[in-house]
Every structure is written in structure tokens, then in C-alpha cells.
Design a protein around this ligand. Structure first.
Ligand SMILES: [Zn+2]
Length: 193
């Protein structure tokens, strides 16, 4: 079931790229979904206004369980929400979705370069993104895009280490993957399949 969910997502992204939308936002669909929700995938993505999961995966009301924070930074509320999707809604696929041109990564790189402190709780984000920036520096290449990739991988690893999710992965009822959305092409590329 996790693999079927992943196929469904990627097929939706292909329709989005081809401008061939099939997503259903009719009144009928809304009323049907009001009785109960059965989303087939969780998307843990960035707050960026250009990366709306329902749009880029061509999905409608009730299809996706979505959690978004700047730079896909994980905290306990996010983790609890992700676990809720698995434990209560039996969602078979969890995708960490980063994207090209992520402003949160850029801000973190700049703040760390300047050794300054970002204002208020933004500093919390910078600290949370620091390991991805460090990993990207070790990898070399374009620091910004490498940081995006590193953060996707680190988030997937972190989720695999949480007991409730790891248990669901072990029984085959859950798959955790990482992917990157390209702002220009609209394509979602698998990073951690
Ligand atoms: Zn972003």
C-alpha cells in the first residue's frame, strides 16, 4: 500500500506538470469527505507559498494530510501530528518534501555565516537547520541546494529513529520517503526513495 500511495502522488505531480488536472473540489466531494477523512499520504513540507502540496500533487479535499514548517523543521508538535496520521488515520506514506530556492535554508546559511543571532523564534529555526548546513558544507558544491538536500535526508533519518514511526515502517504499514520540488519545472524528484 505505501508503494501504491507513492505512485498516486507522483502521477498527480506528472498531471500538475502537464497542466492536466483531475483533482476534485466539487461540493459532492466535500460532503462525502465531511463524514470521515482517509488521506492516502502525509506531506511534511515547507511553508513556502509556491509549494502547496494539494496543487503540486493534483489532489483534492481529503487526499493529503499536510504539515508545513519553514525548512521542514521538526519539533514535538510536528512529530506528534505525523504520528497521529500514522496511528489514528493509518496513512501508509510519509513524504518529507523540500524544495529548490528555499528561503529558510538561505536565511540559515546567512545567519550562520555572520555568526549573528536571528530575531526572536527565527533563531530556533536557524539552530534546527544548522546540522543540514554543516552537512552541506562537508559535501561541497552549491551550498544552498546541498543544504536543501541535506535537510530532506536528515529529516527522513530523524523520523526513522522515532519509535512509533519506526515500528510502522518495520511492519510494512508505513514508508517514509524524501523528495524535492523544483520551483521552476514543477517536478518532484525523489531524494530518499
Ligand atoms: Zn522553503
Amino acid at each position: 500500500m505505501p508503494n501504491a500511495a507513492l505512485r498516486r502522488l507522483l502521477q498527480g505531480n506528472a498531471r500538475f506538470v502537464a497542466e492536466n488536472s483531475e483533482s476534485d473540489e466539487t461540493t459532492q466531494r466535500r460532503i462525502a469527505a465531511a463524514r470521515a477523512q482517509t488521506p492516502f499520504a502525509t506531506i511534511f513540507g515547507c511553508v513556502d507559498s509556491r509549494v502547496s502540496p494539494e496543487l503540486i500533487f493534483d489532489q483534492g479535499i481529503g487526499d493529503l494530510f499536510v504539515i508545513r514548517t519553514a525548512g521542514q523543521v521538526l519539533d514535538r508538535a510536528v512529530l506528534g501530528s505525523l504520528e497521529f496520521g500514522v496511528a489514528e488515520l493509518n496513512i501508509p506514506l510519509l513524504m518529507v518534501l523540500g524544495h529548490t530556492g528555499c528561503g529558510a535554508m538561505k536565511a540559515a546559511i546567512q545567519a550562520l555565516d555572520q555568526h549573528g543571532e536571528a530575531p526572536a523564534e527565527i533563531e530556533y529555526l536557524v539552530e534546527a537547520l544548522a546540522p543540514a548546513v554543516e552537512q552541506a558544507r562537508r559535501l561541497g558544491g552549491d551550498l544552498w541546494s546541498q543544504t536543501v538536500r541535506a535537510q530532506i535526508g536528515l529529516a527522513v533519518d530523524q523520523l526513522h529513529r522515532t519509535p512509533l514511526l519506526a515500528n510502522a515502517v518495520a511492519t510494512g504499514s508505513l514508508k517514509i520517503v524524501g523528495a524535492c520540488y523544483d520551483l521552476e519545472t514543477g517536478q518532484v524528484q525523489m531524494i530518499v526513495p
